[in-house]
Design a protein around this ligand. Sequence first.
Ligand code: PTJ
Length: 246
Amino acid sequence: MLNKDHPRYQSLVYREKIVEAHENGILADSGMIAHGRGETFDYLIGEKTTPNSQNTIDVAACYFLTRKHPVLSVNGNTTALVSEDIAKLSELLDIPVEINLYYRTPERIENIERVYKDLGVKEILGTDEDDFIDTPNLNGPRSPVSIEGIKKSDLVFIPLEDGDRAEKLYDLGKDIISVDLNPLSRTAQTSTVTIVDNIVRVIPALIESVKKYENYDKTDIQEKIDLFNNKTNLNIAIKDIIKRFE
Ligand code: PTJ
């Protein structure tokens, strides 16, 4: 049993979720390493949503509310940490969840699909290898994408994505919202909107933000999008980390 008085209680809770997901055939072995890297960056940003990240989450909400075919791409780490909130976001926006694994195996696809089915997600894509991202240089296990989902989408939400794939999605002309605690990663640098924050805080905040902005006028939502610049966002995120060292 975890002791709630432990100074790093929350962090230990998430570690337990990660270990459990690994035991249940949901998390890739490398997912543990990726989580550790995320913990380090989270420590550096102060383990909280900064004002800049909150603004970026609001911009992401505005993108979701203005695009025709957004899709939520999920992997092992996202499923381990925030599957319930992903299900809520999918219901709120009425958009599909696409299972998209770097280390793709039929067993992991099945295990992850079961999680979202049990949570009542209406449309779960990416379970059949029904189409491929149409680029000659992307031959990794993460190539398959669903025709109804990512292939058709105009906006892809990619938490904890690897850089090669983010670049290919960008080349395909998709708008990309990524969640990545490392503001220097290729995924962070390639995305249309990069939320430099922990996925465990981002999805609940995004749900609240969508509920807020869905009552706004379309022109105000568009203005919020137009005023956003991802390079500026990333520079502020890097400066926020430097400030912590000072
Ligand atoms: O489940 P799969 O097979 O699709 O594999 C998923 C992983 C994450 C193993 C795979 O995509 C991978 O190897 O990713 P990378 O290249 O390690 O990138 C993961 C990025 O996510 C790193 O920049 C981490 O800092 C960041 N990250 C880790 N944990 C979190 C995070 N960002 C936000 N929230 C987190 N909790």
